[in-house]
Design a protein around this ligand. Structure first.
Ligand SMILES: [Zn+2]
Length: 166
């Protein structure tokens, strides 16, 4: 995703503001260690994050597990894809859609020997066993888009991605 035009940024900020508000509350619950404004987002390094990810995005609030995760360009690109998704989808499409797809994957996800998304299979396991809840998360549509973008950034085919420059 490209950095949004300022007008889209303002509209998206308004539309996703309930998620940002939730993110501010969560960032407090996650015990903030440091806060900074960077490239259109509020980056909060936290003591803990539910699910134990490198980062977790709520509106324009990006909760990070460490300063290294916060500054990791691949994570920065990945999380800003979620910021744009929330700008478009807000709570109804993006947040509830994320949850619904995760729940659907938990129930209906095909097992590893018959993957629907072969490109994401290496990611689903990363060489080690992953619990079903984690594999269900990787196959959420919004996550597949974000992982594709961060992978392309990593390969150098998407150097203009939002978040690339800290
Ligand atoms: Zn993600």
């Amino acid at each position: 995703m490209r950095r949004p035009h300022w007008a889209l940024y303002v509209l998206g900020l308004l539309w996703s503001s309930p998620l940002t508000a939730l993110g501010l509350v969560l960032a407090l619950i996650y015990l903030p260690k440091s806060v900074r404004w960077s490239d259109g987002c509020l980056e909060v390094v936290c003591v803990w994050i539910i699910g134990n990810p490198g980062a977790q995005t709520w509106g324009i609030v990006i909760c990070c597990a460490s300063k290294e995760d916060r500054d990791d360009p691949i994570l920065r690109v990945h999380e800003r894809v979620h910021v744009v998704q929330a700008f478009y989808g807000g709570i109804p499409v993006y947040a509830l859609g994320w949850l619904a797809m995760w729940a659907w994957n938990m129930i209906a996800m095909e097992e590893a020997d018959s993957p629907r998304y072969p490109d994401h299979l290496p990611l689903m396991y990363k060489g080690k066993p992953r619990p079903r809840w984690w594999r269900a998360y990787v196959l959420i549509y919004w996550e597949r888009v974000a992982y594709k973008a961060d992978h392309e950034y990593d390969l150098g085919t998407r150097p203009w991605a939002w978040g690339a420059a800290a």
